[in-house]
Design a protein around this ligand. Structure first.
Ligand SMILES: [Mg+2]
Length: 168
């Protein structure tokens, strides 16, 4: 069944709940991962042990990974360096140029790459416009920019609709 346009392919409570074996069975070999509120709370600059081991596990499972963030260089570089993954900052998601750059970085074809992020209107929309598998996770922290909080109201309505219609 074809999902509605803004509906992600999958939806999880957190990155830790993502069924990685299932991604492998779908042919996914590369992951483009959002930073803020997906792997690290908004305004936090410390990488938790939990996140570090999750990234370590991704690499051990054979995934090529990169971080794709709309945030600025300082935080994105600091966190990605800790996790030892390549990164793109100031990505301006949902614009797709940065997704193109990301799959080049991963050295993979679109068909084998998924985006993981916490926002429908940046991560999921960008992934859909670019044409890759999209995974939405719940945001880690409710403290966000005022414009993000406004978008969350629409996001929550959409999610309720997708869930009630059996699309998620
Ligand atoms: Mg985010």
């Amino acid at each position: 069944m074809k999902k509605p346009f803004f509906c992600p392919n999958s939806y999880y409570s957190s990155i830790y709940d993502i069924d990685l074996e299932n991604l492998i069975s779908l042919g996914i070999k590369g992951l483009i991962i959002d930073l803020d509120n997906t792997i690290i709370p908004h305004k936090i600059f410390i990488v938790s042990e939990e996140v570090s081991s999750w990234f370590k596990n991704l690499k051990e499972m054979g995934f090529n990974v990169c971080v794709l963030s709309n945030n600025q260089a300082y935080k994105v570089k600091k966190i990605s360096d800790k996790l030892q993954v390549p990164f793109i900052y100031n990505a301006i998601k949902p614009l797709t140029w940065s997704f193109r750059k990301a799959i080049k970085m991963l050295g993979l074809d679109k068909r084998n790459v998924a985006i993981i992020g916490d926002q429908i209107f940046t991560d999921v929309l960008g992934g859909k416009l670019f044409g890759i598998f999209t995974i939405l996770v719940k945001p880690m922290n409710p403290h966000e920019h005022w414009w993000t909080r406004k978008l969350r109201i629409i996001e929550r309505k959409l999610l309720r609709k997708f869930i009630s219609e059996g699309n998620l």
